[in-house]
Design a protein around this ligand. Sequence first.
Ligand SMILES: [Zn+2]
Ligand SMILES: [Zn+2]
Length: 61
Amino acid sequence: MISGESSSDKKDGAPCACPFCDAPVAQAYPFCKSCGKNLKRCPGCGKVIPEDQDTCPECAG
Ligand SMILES: [Zn+2]
Ligand SMILES: [Zn+2]
C-alpha cells in the first residue's frame, strides 16, 4: 500500500465531473458513461458546464 496522499475529499484535479452523478467523465465523451446524461461542454476549454450554468466555470467562456 502506498500512503502519502490523504483520501480525496475534494474534486480538484479531475478533468471534469458529471454534474448529475459526480462521476469523473473523460473529456473525449460528450456524455456521462455512468448515468448516461448528456453533458454540456464549454467550447473553449472542453470542461463540463453544470446544467444550471450558462457559462464555463473554468474560463467563463
Ligand atoms: Zn453522470
Ligand atoms: Zn471553459
